[in-house]
Design a protein around this ligand. Structure first.
Ligand code: AMP
Ligand code: GLY
Length: 419
């Protein structure tokens, strides 16, 4: 089977790695891929989705997997399906679960799915009145996509009112902030829980924890994610069952009943407060860097899992995952997440990668035969082990064997599992 993977990050690299391990996978194309995905398959320079779908037809691509949300919210799945191509991901209508926070919150309310108490509005008076009913801290969110920056946790009511009116005036986030969601602050620990679904049935993947802040100790600005691990011992089977019964199942049933069945991977951002799960957000794709750990643990052939999920036959497959733990440490370039960084040559010591440690590459380019760190998140060092501690040691041993100018990483990935 020929496979096309859409995206250019370590998430897409990790999906590619999973397909290379599958004997049923013949050829992998990446669009656009990165400077290291060329080791796994062929990069395509085609950016137009219509042209990509034509490429898929003429090159016998039997399965396309979409990594990031942007092509999904733009309707790549609808376009491929219209040409009878098999593609893993939600339609444009179903991808709204990620694109709009007010749509998502109202969906949760309609289907009685637990989430923080909230109001959503474009009226500063309504926002201010609701803020009066909450105790600080208070969470103020811009409605639209703001690259992870549209969430303010205000420490006083006054700050919350100011944040809401700055958003509503268009000052802080432009049109993405013209509607806001105001919600109560939930004090607990976060999980990333993924369910693969064909719109009817679903399978839950090992629960992950991400580390969104840039710096060790959960300090600094939010990022796309500086490391993750799975499975986390913070989620026992009782908690997973609650998340399945109260969040995942009603979401899949609700999307179907509203005429926009959700297919692909549903990413539930969960806050656990005193043992009870609340939905913080949905994403309509794999998390990055969570996907890198999940794919390292996946034992079921990737073509079987993703092809069946994408063709309404998920019931025929029970995915198997290794009993090990995977810990992924992101190495980013100097100016991440603020600015681009000057390209720097990467040196990976000989023998650094082994069966318990490997790299998933993201922001890399080629300069002749040198691999260059080209900015942003550059790679994820994934360690595997029989315990969280061993997996983490294997990940950090690999980090020590990677060198490039300006590299930065957190030193405490998976700390919540090791306290
Ligand atoms: P979101 O984009 O909605 O997932 O929010 C980004 C981050 O803000 C989350 O990962 C949480 O760490 C934090 N956050 C969002 N909503 C809340 C809330 N109601 N209570 C506490 N923290 C929150
Ligand atoms: N790691 C969080 C995300 O992909 O949004």
């Amino acid at each position: 089977m020929n496979v096309l993977i859409i995206g250019s990050g370590a998430r897409e690299y990790a999906l590619g790695l999973a397909f290379t391990k599958d004997r049923n996978c013949d050829k992998i194309y990446f669009a656009p891929g990165n400077g290291a995905t060329t080791k796994l398959g062929e990069n395509l320079a085609i950016t137009d989705y219509d042209q990509l779908s034509d490429f898929a037809i003429s090159n016998q691509v039997e399965l396309t997997v979409v990594g990031s949300e942007e092509p999904l919210t733009k309707g790549i799945v609808d376009l491929f399906r219209a040409k009878n191509l098999t593609i893993f991901g939600p339609t444009q209508a179903a991808a709204r679960l990620e694109g709009s926070k007010s749509f998502m919150k109202n969906f949760l309310a309609r289907h009685k799915i637990p989430t923080a108490r909230y109001t959503e509005t474009d009226d500063p008076k309504v926002a201010a009145d609701f803020i009066e009913t909450l105790n600080a801290p208070i969470v103020v969110k811009a409605d639209g996509l703001c690259a992870g920056k549209g969430v303010i946790i205000a420490q006083t009511r006054e700050d919350a009112r100011a944040a809401a009116s700055d958003m509503l005036s268009g000052e802080s986030f432009g049109s993405a902030g013209r509607r806001v969601v105001i919600e109560e602050f939930l004090d607990g620990f976060e999980l990333s829980v993924f369910a693969i679904t064909d719109g009817e049935s679903f399978v839950t993947l090992p629960a992950c924890q991400d580390h969104k802040r840039l710096l060790t100790g959960d300090l600094g600005p939010n990022t796309g994610g500086m490391g993750a691990y799975a499975p986390t011992p913070l989620a026992n089977s009782l908690l997973i069952k609650k998340i399945e019964d109260r969040v995942i199942a009603p979401t899949i049933a609700g999307m179907k009943s509203e005429g926009t069945p959700f297919e692909g991977v549903l990413f539930c951002g969960i806050m656990v407060v005193r043992g009870e799960p609340y939905t913080l957000e949905f994403n309509v794709r794999f998390g990055d860097p969570e996907c890198e750990e999940l794919m390292a643990l996946l034992e079921t052939p990737a073509t079987e899992l993703f092809f069946k999920a994408a063709s309404g036959r998920l019931g025929e497959v029970t995915p198997r995952f290794s009993a090990k733990t995977a810990v992924g440490v992101v190495i980013a370039s100097r100016s991440y997440p603020y600015n681009t960084s000057k390209p720097a040559p990467i040196v990976v010591e000989d023998g650094a990668e082994n069966e318990n440690a490997h790299i998933a590459y993201a922001g890399v380019t080629n300069d002749g035969d040198r691999l260059m760190a080209s900015g942003g998140r550059v790679m994820v060092c994934v360690g595997l082990g029989d315990s969280v501690a061993t997996a983490r040691n294997n990940a950090y041993d690999l980090v020590k064997k990677v060198h490039f100018d300006g590299m930065q990483f957190r030193e405490d990935i998976a700390y919540q599992a090791l306290i």
